[in-house]
Design a protein around this ligand. Structure first.
Ligand code: SF4
Length: 263
């Protein structure tokens, strides 16, 4: 059986982000191996035991988003889309369920095919299907908490800080118009600054899964800072691992956008 997600591969990597494999980070490499776009042997820094563990064989890491992704695509067909749409805050039309993801329409059909204007990476496709199948649709409470405080998330908190918060901070430091892009492209809403931040914006991963990004300017040479907060009900609507991947997938999208802007 292949890895259930990219994190299972990531755990075995050196995490040095040396780029010898051609990817910008070890996490990006793990995601590419999981989706079948790259081979585990492309990382020159792994032992042959680890390479053997994740070498691709027929029916292991699939070509179309990984075995786990394929399994979710099979499971989604059994869902009552009318009922799921009502629970999750989406719509259902002709056997297709549509949810807003970062303000964009994501539609899934009974075969698990996803239709959207955004480029879907596995970081977003897997959590989306997981949410469609398992999300409980609990309404947000309006109380914010850090990723590490979400039940079950502690183990991945350092990775989240590294792959999402630090990366977003570097983007925001380099490009202050990043927040304008968030507003225009991902339906983010500027809100009254929270936690004494200089900028706070509210986004929605899913209709009932809001996320708030807070940015603090560099003042008194203490350096800038950025943190991401989730509603205290987040773990009822999606598992912490999916939140981790949504954060990573979102950051990867923004980095691509920033590269396009500066090209
Ligand atoms: S070569 Fe290996 S250690 Fe270096 S960035 Fe790629 S995956 Fe990470």
């Amino acid at each position: 059986m292949g890895p259930k997600n990219a994190m299972e591969i990531f755990k075995h990597l050196e995490k040095s982000n040396c780029r010898e494999c051609g990817e910008k980070t070890c996490l990006a490499f793990a995601g590419a191996v999981f989706t079948g776009a790259r081979s585990i042997s492309d990382c020159p820094r792994l032992s042959s035991e680890t390479k053997a563990l994740f070498s691709k064989g027929p029916g292991q890491v699939g070509d179309n988003g990984g075995e786990y992704f394929e399994r979710l695509k099979g499971e989604v067909g059994a869902c009552d889309f009318q009922e799921r749409a009502k629970i999750l805050g989406g719509t259902c039309h002709k056997d297709r369920l549509t949810l807003k993801v970062f303000g964009k329409d994501f539609t899934v059909d009974k075969e698990g095919r996803i239709y959207t204007d955004l480029h879907i990476n596995t970081y977003i496709g897997v959590p989306f299907l997981n949410h469609v199948i398992h999300g409980r649709g609990v309404d947000p409470s309006g109380k914010w908490t850090a990723f590490r405080n979400i039940p079950g998330a502690r183990e991945q908190a350092n990775h989240f800080n590294h792959t999402t918060e630090t990366s977003l901070k570097l983007l925001a430091d380099a490009r202050r118009d990043l927040f304008d892009d968030l507003v225009h492209l991902f339906d983010a809403k500027p809100v009254a600054p929270q936690f004494q931040a200089d900028i706070s914006v509210l986004l929605h991963f899913f209709p009932k899964l809001p996320m708030m990004i807070c940015y603090w300017d560099d003042q008194d040479e203490l350096g800038s800072d950025l943190h991401v907060y989730f509603d205290e009900t987040a773990h009822h609507n999606v598992d912490p691992e999916s939140i981790f991947y949504l954060g990573s997938g979102f950051t990867i999208m923004l980095e691509k956008l920033a590269r396009r802007h500066s090209a």
